[in-house]
Structure formats: structure tokens, C-alpha cells
Design a protein around this ligand. Structure first.
Ligand code: PMP
Length: 427
């Protein structure tokens, strides 16, 4: 990966160096949660051992230092995704970040946030366009918002492989569209969305774009500013960072106008018994005591990824996916979901095995020492469109080896024989 070998990179990850004898399991579930390098674990520990103090409250030197670490981390993460410092809001995870937007819009509908927020308000003539491939985190919050405001959801349908195109999107977007929400990379199909065309399409119709960047920020170069998206969301735990920390990106002028869904301490300028005035972004959204150690460690994860280079990370993972797709394509009775062999895709591959439920596949692979994700991957509408209830997904990160890709393919090749569903056996 770039100037380093995978074997060398793996030495940075305690999870791969603690062997209890025998072959360590192949961890192919990084799209769900990635492993963390020692530098990230150390950064969190270092903060907790030496610098733990509140942020933005009090006048002590300790608070000052803790606040500096917290805000420097924000600047580091902002730079990593092409955002301004005020455009990165800390949230619990990506799910929380998307809810921050939908709940904020619901507040705007209720008249909160005054004239500035009125631009977000939705009505029965308005539509929210989103793809049928979305993770539930980028679907259910919009469903709730639609139910509260009378706006309608307008899906962009997927084809038999779970794919959609800019033409499908153009058929769904109209003058009624107020918001277009979609994932840059699908967590099931590995499809790479046509982001630039989508932004152009949405903006041409006066709609805002929310990008679910959960599967892109951890794996490829991302520049929200250059992309021109209005909002974006991602999670720390998928990018070699900690759990319990996510990011809402928003263009500063939008964040300054969006009502804060969660209110409380640290978000305000002036409070009376009847009223509250809120700070500008990002602090208007960060109510209550913040997860400072996670924030500091996330900045370390960003430095770690930067040192390798996101272009190199993307290249490494694309090679993993290509190897898996090539191997799987040769296995009878196993169907590749998403882009078909030869087409570009991100570093994850989901498959359906004819005649065997994905949970049985997962258990079989687990016994073969291969850790994968099975189920609907929080994308039930997508699976319904595929005609599958569940799939099996292998996904990579910087530490994933070609040998692990091969182990997945080899184990998968034995599944149907094991369950007695190979042609001729069940006939
Ligand atoms: N969107 C996508 C595309 C995802 O892959 C995930 C995580 N599986 C999420 C949203 C939700 O992320 P989190 O659970 O960290 O909030």
C-alpha cells in the first residue's frame, strides 16, 4: 500500500499481532467496523492519562489545553475531507449526523430558527429523492421527516444488480425536489455513485445534497468542498478510529441556519428563562459534554491514513475487490451483487449463494477462519429489489492481504457442497 507492504502495516495493528497460535482469522468485515492501529489507541490513552479535562468550559490551563487538542483535531479532520473548520460537527456516528439534519429540518418546519431556518421547511408539494440502495441510516430519518412535514419520498430505483444511474436519478429529480440523499459508496454493492453529476442535477433543480460518506471517507480521497455537497455524514469507527464519534459536514452558511436538534449546555450565546440564542456552527450542534478522547484519536486515525495516502488505500482495496470478484465469478451457484466483473467498484464484495442462507454461509466461513458480514446490511429495500433476503459481504482496509481474499474465495467455493445443494446433489 503505497511505499509500505501490507505485512509491515499489519504490525501497526495489535489485533493482528496477538496470535494465540495457528492462523489468525481473516478479518473481512472492515466495512462494518475497522481495526485500529496502535497510534490511534495510544492517542486516546495518552489524552486520557495526561490531558483529560473539559473543553470550552472554565479558565484553567488544563481546560485550555484540552480545548486546543479538541479544536486542533477538528481542523485535522476538516482538512482531510476538504471542509472548513466550522463545517465539521462532532456527532455520535453517521446515523446521528443524518438525524441531526432531518430533526433540524423538522424543527425548521415547526417554526424554530426563525427566518434563517425557513429555507429548510418542507411541505406536501416537496419531495425528498433518495436511492433504493440506501442504508437504513439514510432512509428512516427521511421517512420520519416526510411523515412530520407531509413531504414525499421519491425513490431512485435500482436494477437487478442493485445499481442505479444518473439517468435514473434525472427521472426522479424535478422542481419539487428539495433534498437529494445518497451514498457515495454503497455498503452492499460497492457501487461508486456519480457524485459530481448528482450534485449538478440536484443544484440545477434548487435541491440540497446530503452525501452518506460512510463507505467513502475511510477508503478513498474525499473533498466535500470540491464536490459541492451541502451535507455529508461519516463515522470514526470505519476509518481506523474510535467508536462513539462521527461527523456531520455541512456548508457553513447552511449549518449556521439549521436549527440544532439537540439543545443544552455549550451551544448558546444568551439564555433567559424563556429563550435561547445559539452559537454559530459548529458549536451550536454540540450540546453537552463532548467525546474528547474519541475526537483526539480520530485525528490520529486521519494522520495515519494520510501518511499512507488515500489514493493508495483506494488502489489497494480495489485490487482486493477485483481479486475476490474474479475468484467468485468462477464459483457455480454464487451470484455477485453490484458491479459485475470488470466494472469499477469499491473494496467490498457481496454475494448471494443459491440454496444456502447467508447466515449459514457466515457460520461456515467463520469456521474456516474468515470473518464476514451476513444479513441485509441495514439495506432491506435494496435486498428486496435484488430478490434476496440476505447476502454475504467481504470488505477490506489497508491491512487486508491478497491471501485473505483468496481464503474467502476458497471457503466460499466449498459452501454449496457442504450444505448439499450443489447441482446433482439436491436433484
Ligand atoms: N451508511 C452506510 C453506507 C453505512 O455503511 C453505515 C454503517 N454500516 C451507516 C450509514 C451507519 O453508520 P453508523 O452505524 O456508524 O452510524
Amino acid at each position: 500500500v503505497g511505499s509500505r507492504t501490507v505485512a509491515d502495516i499489519r504490525l501497526d495493528f495489535p489485533a493482528f499481532t496477538q496470535t494465540s497460535g495457528g492462523l489468525a482469522p481473516a478479518y473481512l468485515d472492515s466495512a462494518a467496523t475497522s481495526q485500529r492501529p496502535r497510534a490511534v489507541l495510544d492517542a486516546e490513552r495518552e489524552y486520557l492519562e495526561h490531558h483529560l479535562a473539559p473543553v470550552h468550559r472554565g479558565a484553567s490551563a488544563a481546560v485550555g489545553l484540552s480545548t486546543t487538542l479538541f479544536e486542533d483535531a477538528r481542523a485535522e479532520v476538516a482538512r482531510f475531507v476538504g471542509a472548513g473548520d466550522r463545517e465539521v460537527v462532532w456527532t455520535e456516528n453517521a446515523t446521528d449526523a443524518i438525524n441531526m439534519v432531518t430533526l433540524g429540518i423538522a424543527d425548521a418546519n415547526a417554526g424554530l430558527g426563525g427566518a434563517d431556518a425557513a429555507r429548510f421547511a418542507l411541505g406536501p408539494d416537496d419531495e425528498i429523492v433518495l436511492t433504493e440502495a440506501e442504508h437504513h441510516a439514510n432512509l428512516i430519518p427521511w421517512q420520519r421527516l416526510a411523515a412530520k412535514t407531509g413531504a414525499r419520498l421519491r425513490p431512485i430505483p435500482v436494477d437487478e444488480h442493485g445499481l442505479w444511474s444518473i439517468d435514473d436519478a434525472a427521472a426522479a429529480v424535478s422542481e419539487r425536489t428539495r433534498i437529494v440523499a445518497f451514498a457515495e459508496v454503497s455498503n452492499v454493492t460497492g457501487y461508486l455513485a456519480p457524485v459530481a453529476d448528482m450534485v449538478e442535477l440536484a443544484h440545477r433543480h434548487g435541491a440540497l445534497v446530503l452525501l452518506d460518506a460512510c463507505q467513502s471517507v475511510p477508503h478513498r480521497p474525499v473533498d466535500f468542498g470540491a464536490m459541492g455537497v451541502d451535507f455529508a455524514a461519516f463515522s470514526g469507527h470505519k476509518m481506523l478510529g474510535p467508536n462513539g464519534i462521527g461527523v456531520l459536514y455541512g456548508r457553513a452558511e447552511l449549518l449556521d441556519a439549521l436549527p440544532p436538534a439537540r439543545t443544552g449546555g455549550s451551544t448558546i450565546t444568551k439564555v433567559t428563562m424563556g429563550t435561547a440564542e445559539f452559537l454559530p456552527a459548529p458549536h451550536r450542534f454540540e450540546a453537552g459534554t463532548q467525546p474528547v478522547s474519541q475526537v483526539v484519536a480520530l485525528a490520529e486515525a486521519v494522520r495515519y491514513l494520510d501518511a499512507i495516502g488515500m489514493q493508495e488505500v483506494a488502489r489497494h482495496e480495489a485490487a482486493f475487490a477485483e481479486r475476490v470478484v474474479e475468484g467468485v465469478a468462477a464459483i457455480p451457484g454464487v451470484r455477485i451483487v453490484g458491479p459485475q466483473p470488470g466494472a469499477p467498484r469499491a473494496g467490498l464484495v457481496s454475494v448471494g449463494v443459491d440454496g444456502v442462507h447467508a447466515h449459514d454461509v457466515g457460520q461456515f466461513l467463520d469456521e474456516a477462519g474468515v470473518v464476514v458480514r451476513v444479513g441485509h446490511h441495514c439495506a432491506q429495500p435494496l435486498h428486496r429489489a435484488l430478490g434476496l433476503t440476505a447476502t454475504t459481504r467481504a470488505s477490506a482496509h489497508v491491512y487486508t492481504t491478497a491471501e485473505e481474499a483468496d481464503r474467502f474465495v476458497e471457503a466460499l467455493a466449498g459452501v454449496r457442497r457442504f450444505f448439499g445443494v450443489e447441482q446433482g446433489v439436491t436433484a
